[in-house]
Design a protein around this ligand. Structure first.
Ligand SMILES: [Zn+2]
Ligand SMILES: [Zn+2]
Length: 414
């Protein structure tokens, strides 16, 4: 039987891997200039972490996690997101006693047993940042602008729209949830089963429901924005006015409540104009560190779906083929060691060099040089006795007999 990859996974290679490397290089650069440090955490964690950190009533925890018992009988879950894991690491490693704020970034694979859609896989990759230790909306600004700058760097800024909202603090949310339940109560019968359960356990989640019959009822539901307290309101106003001053365009979308339980105050998404899905989503989560067992710590962050970013880049990136600076065609096996010594020295000098390991004719070697887009071919033949070699320029087919010397060959290539 042929063994094939699992549903929702894929192999990335060829042109696709170049897009990934391009994104990853830009991520590293942007995190460096914004002074965030990388963190890598385990692929699997105790299941309890996500129940507490993401929320019992979310789709992620209820339906989508890869959970299993290990041979020691522990309940283990492949991470479905990374914020909970980073917060666990923050607490466990005593980072709260480090210089504040603590600014971390990650890029990692995650796992959710989900329905397949465009740009959505069961094994997927997110880039994210977490900013710990600042209550100020200015930290929210730092987080939103990092994503903004990355989209600029990737030439995607015109392809996404920033949407923001405030979902208030715990206090104002209590008031809002009462109003929301009051509004929904007479129509609850007409809503889906999931909404009925959420009505009791986590009414805010109902706003996320994708079913038309529920959306119709929710269309005129009260908005959280109308119930937020003075402090939350002034924070949100300050945030908007700062974005205005920075010239960062945004839309206020009162429907964003975010799919995870731990957010408060600012929530935001960058939406793809073409596909309509979020490519980056984040917000403030001041209660999460406490929920997972740490000291109360303010925090804000985002996660960016890189599989979706790739989709946006696929059409806009040139199909640039990697070329080889010089290819060594060795005509006589006895001279292979001399050739290889030179090849290694050139590679030490950061030059992209290919050398044949296949025994094939001179013509076949030249054909191969063309296929790999070699700019030059170094032909090693009898002239090596006089310490010379032939260098062929593949663009104009000119050939020169030159000294077989490192400096000479480098000078020709550069
Ligand atoms: Zn509030
Ligand atoms: Zn529903």
């Amino acid at each position: 039987m042929k063994i094939t990859k699992q549903k929702g996974t894929r192999d990335i290679y060829g042109q696709d891997i170049k897009i990934w490397q391009y994104i990853e290089q830009n991520i590293r650069e942007i995190c460096k200039t914004h002074c965030f440090n990388e963190i890598r955490t385990p692929v699997f964690e105790a299941t309890e972490l996500f129940a507490r950190g993401v929320g019992d009533e979310t789709d992620i925890v209820n339906k989508e996690m890869y959970t299993f018992l290990d041979k020691g009988g522990r309940s283990i879950t492949l991470r479905p997101e990374l914020t909970a894991g980073v917060v666990r690491a923050y607490i466990e490693n005593g980072m709260s006693s480090m210089v504040s704020p603590v600014k971390l970034w990650y890029e990692a694979n995650m796992y959710r047993y989900e329905k397949m859609q465009k740009g959505r896989y069961r094994e997927f990759t997110q880039f994210g940042i977490e900013y710990f230790g600042s209550k100020s909306y200015l930290a929210d600004i730092e987080v939103i602008t990092l994503a903004y700058e990355l989209f600029k760097k990737l030439n995607l800024i015109d392809k996404v729209t920033l949407t923001i909202n405030s979902i208030g603090c715990i206090e104002c949310r209590k008031k809002y949830i009462e109003k929301l339940k009051e509004y929904i109560k007479p129509n609850l019968d007409k809503m889906c089963d999931t909404c009925k359960i959420r009505y009791e356990k986590n009414p805010l989640r109902m706003l996320d429901c994708k079913e038309d019959r529920c959306q119709n009822i929710l269309e005129n539901a009260p908005m959280i924005t109308d119930y937020i307290c003075d402090e939350c309101k002034s924070d949100f106003e300050a945030l908007k006015s700062m974005l205005d001053k920075l010239g960062i365009k945004y839309e206020v979308d009162k429907r964003i409540v975010r799919g995870l339980d731990y957010y408060n105050k600012t929530v935001f998404e960058y939406i793809s104009n073409e596909y309509g899905f979020a490519v980056c989503a984040g917000g403030r989560y001041d209660k999460l560190v406490e929920n997972i067992g740490g000291e109360s710590t303010s925090a804000v962050g985002f996660g960016m779906g890189l599989d979706r970013i790739c989709l946006l880049l696929e059409n806009s990136m040139d199909n640039n083929v990697d070329n080889v600076d010089i290819y060594f065609a060795v005509l006589d096996k006895d001279k292979y060691s001399n050739a290889l010594k030179m090849v290694l020295s050139l590679r030490e000098n950061n030059i992209k060099v290919e050398i044949d390991t296949l025994d094939r004719s001179f013509n076949a070697k030249l054909k191969y040089a063309n296929k790999i887009n070699a700019k030059y071919v170094c032909i090693i033949g009898d002239e090596l006795k006089q310490n010379k070699c032939t260098i062929k320029n593949m663009e104009n087919s000119k050939q020169d007999l030159v000294d077989f010397k490192l400096e000479k060959i480098i000078s020709i290539i550069k």
